[in-house]
Design a protein around this ligand. Structure first.
Ligand code: SF4
Ligand code: SF4
Length: 392
């Protein structure tokens, strides 16, 4: 098989995330990180193998590596690296590089490489959504109900178009990643059995939803650190709060659009409203801990934060807060100009979030789940064979 070597691979990866401060060239491949990684047992190679790929310029192999996505950034490896090569930060930077590599538009590369690029992409999206909303805005009177001020039907139409574009973008990213992993698997002689696919998908989805590997990662990490943290501040629970809260809000918004007459007002006890509000509160809980830990910068993986590490939780926090405020404003006798401004900002930010989904750090939700499914699929026959006592 022809192997293409990209001699500038390490330099390119270092432009991502907190990669600028990395000195992965110091890694002398001792394997300590692999030995201490709580999740390396079922792979036998990461993070050391992925670091090696980057060092020798194996770009295609790195982009086809499921291992990138099976790391949960606990930082165990960084704490024990004898060369201070910071493998955990390298893995995060390499994931960001991979997100850019799967996106054909070049927007992900722009958004992930620098604070300026990130802000530029955000500003362009915000300008487009603002212009679209302004084109039908009805600022006649500060007492106009929110969905008369910004017609609900128009928000709905923009939302549908946005979901179609983002869906296509996500599909192309997923196809790019799957194709690379598939090609790599075939070149290594792996056989994929379609009968094992549903089981693999189920296992990956339940892993992602219940944070099973994240919990495993934590359970096997430093006992002292673990004991010092109350259960409600454990990293897996904090991550699950952000993700679960966000999914609940997304589900409530989608069901609202599908089941409720557009722009109509519902009582506060309407099930979708309760789901959305509860999701918002849970999400805010997780976000507040993430932001606090990033500000303190004392523990992994919050010690080194790039602009992108800050940008996403801040954007999500402001979107949730304006969403909760908008919900309250709906029930006021008069929304006032302040209410209109908050609602306008919320709609634009919510659209920004959806548009940025396949381009930023946020995309790890997609790629990690896919990588877990492909890994489970690739290893399903061996597992089945092992379970009946046959050597793989
Ligand atoms: S990153 Fe550090 S611990 Fe891992 S192989 Fe390199 S030198 Fe060893
Ligand atoms: S950050 Fe944690 S999960 Fe990731 S490679 Fe290091 S030890 Fe393993």
């Amino acid at each position: 098989m022809t192997r293409i070597v990209n001699t500038s691979l390490m330099r390119k990866i270092k432009k991502h995330g907190a990669g600028r401060n990395l000195d992965v060239s110091a890694c002398f491949n001792c394997g300590n990180c692999t030995a201490v990684c709580p999740l390396a047992a079922d792979s036998g190679g990461f993070p050391r193998r992925v670091i090696r790929m980057a060092q020798v310029g194996m770009e295609q192999e790195l982009l086809a590596s499921e291992e990138l996505w099976r790391c949960y950034a606990c930082g165990e490896c960084t704490q024990t690296c004898p060369r201070q090569a910071d493998p955990a930060a390298f893995m995060a930077a390499a994931r960001s590089y991979a997100i850019a590599g799967y996106d054909f538009t070049g927007l992900a590369a722009l958004a992930n490489r620098s604070a300026l690029g990130n802000l530029a992409v955000f500003a362009v999206f915000s300008a487009v959504f603002s212009a679209l909303l302004l084109s039908r805005m009805n600022p006649g009177h500060p007492n106009f109900p929110l969905f008369d001020f910004l017609p609900g039907e128009w928000i709905h139409q923009i939302g549908v178009a946005l979901f179609v574009v983002v869906g296509l973008s996500m599909f192309s990213g997923i196809a790019s990643m799957t194709w690379r992993i598939w090609r790599q698997s075939r070149s290594q002689g792996a056989t994929l059995h379609f009968a094992a696919l549903p089981g693999a998908v189920f296992s990956a989805l339940s892993d992602a939803l219940f944070h099973r590997r994240f919990q495993q990662c934590e359970a096997e990490s430093d006992a002292e650190v673990l004991a010092a943290q109350p259960w409600y501040q454990r990293p897996w629970l904090v991550h699950a709060s952000v993700m679960g809260g966000f999914l609940a809000m997304l589900l409530a918004t989608t069901l609202d659009f599908l089941l409720k007459p557009i722009g109509s007002t519902v009582p506060p006890w309407y099930p979708m409203r309760i789901l959305g509000t509860a999701g918002g509160i849970v999400c805010l809980y997780g976000l507040s801990i993430v932001l606090l830990r990033r500000a303190q910068g004392k523990e992994h993986p919050y010690k080194k934060s790039s602009f992108a590490d800050w940008f996403f939780p801040v954007l999500l926090t402001v979107t949730v807060l304006t969403g909760i405020l908008s919900e309250l404003i709906v029930y006021l006798p008069s929304p006032t100009t302040f209410g209109h401004v908050v609602f306008f900002a919320h709609v634009v930010l919510a659209m920004d979030l959806v548009a940025l989904l396949p381009l930023t750090k946020f995309a790890h939700v997609l790629y990690r789940t896919l990588a877990l499914a492909l890994f489970a699929w690739r290893h399903a026959p061996a597992a089945a064979a092992a379970s009946v006592g046959v050597e793989a």
